[in-house]
Design a protein around this ligand. Structure first.
Ligand SMILES: [Zn+2]
Ligand SMILES: [Zn+2]
Length: 260
Protein backbone atom coordinates (compact mmCIF):
# COMPACT_ATOMS: atom_id res chain seq x y z
CA UNK A 1 0.00 0.00 0.00
CA UNK A 2 2.15 2.73 -1.35
CA UNK A 3 0.20 5.73 -0.14
CA UNK A 4 -1.52 4.45 2.94
CA UNK A 5 -0.32 5.15 6.44
CA UNK A 6 -0.98 3.41 9.69
CA UNK A 7 -4.28 4.70 11.05
CA UNK A 8 -7.16 2.31 11.63
CA UNK A 9 -8.87 3.62 8.51
CA UNK A 10 -5.88 3.19 6.22
CA UNK A 11 -6.90 0.28 4.08
CA UNK A 12 -8.34 -0.30 0.63
CA UNK A 13 -11.17 -2.12 2.44
CA UNK A 14 -12.19 1.03 4.25
CA UNK A 15 -14.14 3.87 2.61
CA UNK A 16 -14.12 6.95 4.83
CA UNK A 17 -16.30 9.27 2.75
CA UNK A 18 -19.87 8.26 1.92
CA UNK A 19 -22.94 10.48 1.44
CA UNK A 20 -26.62 9.52 1.35
CA UNK A 21 -29.89 11.02 0.05
CA UNK A 22 -30.08 12.96 3.34
CA UNK A 23 -27.82 15.72 1.95
CA UNK A 24 -30.27 16.46 -0.87
CA UNK A 25 -27.85 15.86 -3.75
CA UNK A 26 -27.05 12.16 -3.36
CA UNK A 27 -29.15 9.09 -4.07
CA UNK A 28 -29.94 6.13 -1.84
CA UNK A 29 -30.73 5.25 1.73
CA UNK A 30 -27.98 4.57 4.27
CA UNK A 31 -28.78 0.85 4.18
CA UNK A 32 -28.36 0.73 0.40
CA UNK A 33 -24.80 2.06 0.85
CA UNK A 34 -24.11 -0.62 3.46
CA UNK A 35 -25.37 -3.35 1.10
CA UNK A 36 -23.31 -1.95 -1.81
CA UNK A 37 -20.23 -1.84 0.46
CA UNK A 38 -20.69 -5.50 1.41
CA UNK A 39 -20.98 -6.37 -2.26
CA UNK A 40 -17.70 -4.54 -2.92
CA UNK A 41 -15.97 -6.44 -0.14
CA UNK A 42 -15.41 -3.41 2.09
CA UNK A 43 -14.88 -4.14 5.76
CA UNK A 44 -15.27 -0.66 7.16
CA UNK A 45 -17.19 2.39 5.97
CA UNK A 46 -17.69 5.85 7.37
CA UNK A 47 -20.69 7.95 6.41
CA UNK A 48 -19.44 11.51 6.15
CA UNK A 49 -22.46 13.69 5.71
CA UNK A 50 -22.48 17.38 4.89
CA UNK A 51 -22.72 20.01 7.62
CA UNK A 52 -22.78 23.67 6.59
CA UNK A 53 -23.69 26.78 8.53
CA UNK A 54 -24.65 30.27 7.37
CA UNK A 55 -24.36 29.44 3.67
CA UNK A 56 -26.87 31.14 1.39
CA UNK A 57 -27.76 29.18 -1.75
CA UNK A 58 -30.97 28.66 -3.77
CA UNK A 59 -31.12 25.04 -2.56
CA UNK A 60 -29.54 23.44 0.50
CA UNK A 61 -27.09 20.59 -0.05
CA UNK A 62 -26.47 19.59 3.57
CA UNK A 63 -28.24 18.10 6.59
CA UNK A 64 -30.28 19.96 9.18
CA UNK A 65 -29.93 19.03 12.86
CA UNK A 66 -33.18 17.06 12.48
CA UNK A 67 -31.64 15.16 9.57
CA UNK A 68 -28.59 14.43 11.72
CA UNK A 69 -30.88 13.05 14.46
CA UNK A 70 -32.29 10.58 11.93
CA UNK A 71 -28.78 9.88 10.59
CA UNK A 72 -27.58 8.80 14.02
CA UNK A 73 -30.73 6.82 14.76
CA UNK A 74 -30.61 4.93 11.47
CA UNK A 75 -26.80 4.65 11.61
CA UNK A 76 -26.94 3.02 15.06
CA UNK A 77 -29.59 0.58 13.81
CA UNK A 78 -27.39 -0.38 10.86
CA UNK A 79 -24.26 -0.70 13.03
CA UNK A 80 -26.16 -3.22 15.12
CA UNK A 81 -27.81 -5.07 12.23
CA UNK A 82 -24.55 -5.53 10.27
CA UNK A 83 -22.11 -5.72 13.19
CA UNK A 84 -20.81 -9.16 12.18
CA UNK A 85 -20.28 -8.13 8.55
CA UNK A 86 -18.97 -4.59 8.44
CA UNK A 87 -17.90 -1.78 10.75
CA UNK A 88 -19.96 1.36 10.18
CA UNK A 89 -18.79 4.80 11.30
CA UNK A 90 -20.90 7.94 11.56
CA UNK A 91 -18.92 11.00 10.65
CA UNK A 92 -19.37 14.51 9.39
CA UNK A 93 -17.91 16.50 6.53
CA UNK A 94 -17.82 19.93 8.11
CA UNK A 95 -17.80 22.67 5.49
CA UNK A 96 -15.99 25.50 7.22
CA UNK A 97 -17.44 28.99 7.19
CA UNK A 98 -15.33 31.56 9.08
CA UNK A 99 -18.43 33.74 9.60
CA UNK A 100 -20.14 31.00 11.62
CA UNK A 101 -17.32 29.30 13.48
CA UNK A 102 -18.99 29.42 16.91
CA UNK A 103 -22.20 27.75 15.73
CA UNK A 104 -20.24 25.18 13.74
CA UNK A 105 -18.12 24.35 16.79
CA UNK A 106 -21.20 24.03 18.94
CA UNK A 107 -22.82 21.67 16.44
CA UNK A 108 -19.66 19.61 16.05
CA UNK A 109 -19.15 19.36 19.81
CA UNK A 110 -22.74 18.32 20.45
CA UNK A 111 -22.40 14.88 18.84
CA UNK A 112 -20.14 11.91 19.03
CA UNK A 113 -18.64 11.61 15.54
CA UNK A 114 -16.43 8.73 14.47
CA UNK A 115 -14.63 10.97 12.01
CA UNK A 116 -14.63 14.71 11.37
CA UNK A 117 -13.73 15.65 7.82
CA UNK A 118 -12.77 19.24 7.16
CA UNK A 119 -13.58 20.86 3.87
CA UNK A 120 -14.71 24.17 2.45
CA UNK A 121 -17.29 24.16 -0.33
CA UNK A 122 -18.49 27.76 -0.42
CA UNK A 123 -17.11 31.24 -0.53
CA UNK A 124 -18.76 34.59 -0.09
CA UNK A 125 -18.24 36.87 -3.08
CA UNK A 126 -18.73 40.57 -2.45
CA UNK A 127 -21.90 41.76 -4.21
CA UNK A 128 -23.23 38.28 -5.06
CA UNK A 129 -26.61 37.22 -3.69
CA UNK A 130 -25.53 33.64 -3.01
CA UNK A 131 -22.39 31.98 -1.74
CA UNK A 132 -20.24 30.64 -4.57
CA UNK A 133 -20.03 26.84 -4.72
CA UNK A 134 -16.38 26.01 -5.43
CA UNK A 135 -17.12 22.41 -6.39
CA UNK A 136 -20.25 22.75 -8.49
CA UNK A 137 -20.59 21.83 -12.15
CA UNK A 138 -23.81 23.78 -12.49
CA UNK A 139 -23.54 25.76 -15.80
CA UNK A 140 -24.52 29.04 -14.10
CA UNK A 141 -21.83 28.56 -11.45
CA UNK A 142 -19.23 27.81 -14.11
CA UNK A 143 -20.29 30.88 -16.08
CA UNK A 144 -19.79 32.96 -12.92
CA UNK A 145 -16.46 31.24 -12.23
CA UNK A 146 -14.87 32.44 -15.46
CA UNK A 147 -15.68 36.03 -14.49
CA UNK A 148 -13.88 35.61 -11.17
CA UNK A 149 -10.23 35.58 -10.20
CA UNK A 150 -10.10 31.84 -9.52
CA UNK A 151 -6.41 31.94 -8.53
CA UNK A 152 -7.21 34.46 -5.79
CA UNK A 153 -10.29 32.49 -4.75
CA UNK A 154 -8.25 29.30 -4.48
CA UNK A 155 -5.72 31.12 -2.26
CA UNK A 156 -8.59 32.34 -0.09
CA UNK A 157 -9.92 28.78 0.04
CA UNK A 158 -6.53 27.57 1.36
CA UNK A 159 -6.50 30.35 3.97
CA UNK A 160 -9.99 29.30 5.05
CA UNK A 161 -8.83 25.70 5.48
CA UNK A 162 -5.82 26.87 7.47
CA UNK A 163 -8.19 28.60 9.88
CA UNK A 164 -10.55 25.61 9.88
CA UNK A 165 -7.92 23.14 11.05
CA UNK A 166 -7.04 25.46 13.92
CA UNK A 167 -10.64 26.00 15.00
CA UNK A 168 -12.05 22.51 14.52
CA UNK A 169 -10.54 19.44 16.03
CA UNK A 170 -10.84 17.43 12.84
CA UNK A 171 -9.55 14.05 11.77
CA UNK A 172 -9.21 14.33 8.00
CA UNK A 173 -8.67 16.99 5.36
CA UNK A 174 -11.06 16.30 2.47
CA UNK A 175 -10.52 16.53 -1.31
CA UNK A 176 -7.90 19.26 -0.96
CA UNK A 177 -7.50 20.41 -4.57
CA UNK A 178 -11.07 19.74 -5.74
CA UNK A 179 -12.29 23.36 -6.07
CA UNK A 180 -12.82 24.40 -9.70
CA UNK A 181 -12.58 20.73 -10.68
CA UNK A 182 -15.03 21.37 -13.53
CA UNK A 183 -13.08 24.34 -14.83
CA UNK A 184 -10.35 23.10 -17.19
CA UNK A 185 -8.68 26.52 -17.30
CA UNK A 186 -7.94 26.37 -13.56
CA UNK A 187 -4.41 25.31 -12.60
CA UNK A 188 -2.38 25.64 -9.44
CA UNK A 189 0.53 28.06 -9.30
CA UNK A 190 3.77 27.74 -7.35
CA UNK A 191 2.32 30.22 -4.90
CA UNK A 192 -0.61 27.84 -4.33
CA UNK A 193 1.76 24.91 -3.82
CA UNK A 194 3.71 26.91 -1.23
CA UNK A 195 0.49 27.62 0.63
CA UNK A 196 -0.52 23.97 0.36
CA UNK A 197 2.83 22.89 1.78
CA UNK A 198 2.34 25.21 4.74
CA UNK A 199 -1.22 23.92 5.25
CA UNK A 200 -0.06 20.29 5.12
CA UNK A 201 2.65 21.02 7.69
CA UNK A 202 0.05 22.46 10.06
CA UNK A 203 -2.36 19.61 9.36
CA UNK A 204 0.38 17.07 10.08
CA UNK A 205 1.20 18.80 13.36
CA UNK A 206 -2.48 18.49 14.28
CA UNK A 207 -2.46 14.79 13.36
CA UNK A 208 -4.95 15.20 10.58
CA UNK A 209 -5.04 12.55 7.88
CA UNK A 210 -5.18 13.56 4.25
CA UNK A 211 -8.01 12.12 2.23
CA UNK A 212 -7.25 10.47 -1.09
CA UNK A 213 -10.60 11.19 -2.67
CA UNK A 214 -11.03 8.81 -5.59
CA UNK A 215 -13.95 10.73 -7.13
CA UNK A 216 -11.28 12.72 -8.95
CA UNK A 217 -10.28 9.74 -11.07
CA UNK A 218 -13.47 9.83 -13.18
CA UNK A 219 -13.17 13.60 -13.57
CA UNK A 220 -9.47 14.12 -14.29
CA UNK A 221 -7.87 10.70 -14.16
CA UNK A 222 -6.25 11.52 -10.84
CA UNK A 223 -7.51 11.50 -7.26
CA UNK A 224 -8.00 14.65 -5.17
CA UNK A 225 -5.41 15.77 -4.26
CA UNK A 226 -2.96 15.26 -7.10
CA UNK A 227 0.26 13.28 -6.93
CA UNK A 228 2.45 16.29 -6.30
CA UNK A 229 0.41 17.17 -3.21
CA UNK A 230 0.37 13.55 -2.01
CA UNK A 231 4.15 13.55 -2.22
CA UNK A 232 4.33 16.80 -0.26
CA UNK A 233 2.06 15.25 2.38
CA UNK A 234 4.32 12.19 2.54
CA UNK A 235 7.23 14.47 3.38
CA UNK A 236 5.17 15.82 6.27
CA UNK A 237 4.54 12.20 7.27
CA UNK A 238 0.81 12.54 7.02
CA UNK A 239 -1.47 9.53 7.15
CA UNK A 240 -3.69 8.89 4.13
CA UNK A 241 -7.26 7.68 4.08
CA UNK A 242 -9.24 6.58 1.06
CA UNK A 243 -12.65 8.08 0.41
CA UNK A 244 -14.89 7.52 -2.59
CA UNK A 245 -17.13 10.54 -1.88
CA UNK A 246 -19.94 8.25 -3.09
CA UNK A 247 -23.17 10.07 -3.87
CA UNK A 248 -24.78 6.87 -5.16
CA UNK A 249 -24.51 3.41 -3.58
CA UNK A 250 -22.70 1.80 -6.51
CA UNK A 251 -19.82 4.29 -6.14
CA UNK A 252 -18.57 3.07 -2.75
CA UNK A 253 -14.95 1.95 -2.80
CA UNK A 254 -14.53 3.19 -6.39
CA UNK A 255 -10.97 2.83 -7.76
CA UNK A 256 -9.54 1.79 -4.38
CA UNK A 257 -7.61 -1.06 -6.02
CA UNK A 258 -5.35 1.53 -7.67
CA UNK A 259 -3.94 2.21 -4.21
CA UNK A 260 -3.24 -1.38 -3.20
ZN1 LIG B 1 -21.85 16.07 -1.56
ZN1 LIG C 1 -16.95 17.64 -0.04
Amino acid sequence: MKYLGSSRYSSIYCDTHIHTRLCGHALGEMEEYVLASLKRGLMHIVFLEHMEEGIITPKTSWLSEKDFDYYFEEGRRLQEKYRDKIEIGLGVECGYNPDCKDVLLERINSRNWDLIGISCHFQKIEGDQYHFNLLSKNPDTLKRAVQLDTAALFSKYLDTLLEAIDVINGSMLCHLDAPFRWLPSHTLSNHHYQKIDHLLGRAAAKNLALEINTSGIAIRNEAFPNKRILEMASKHQMTFQLGSDAHKPEDVGNHFKLFS
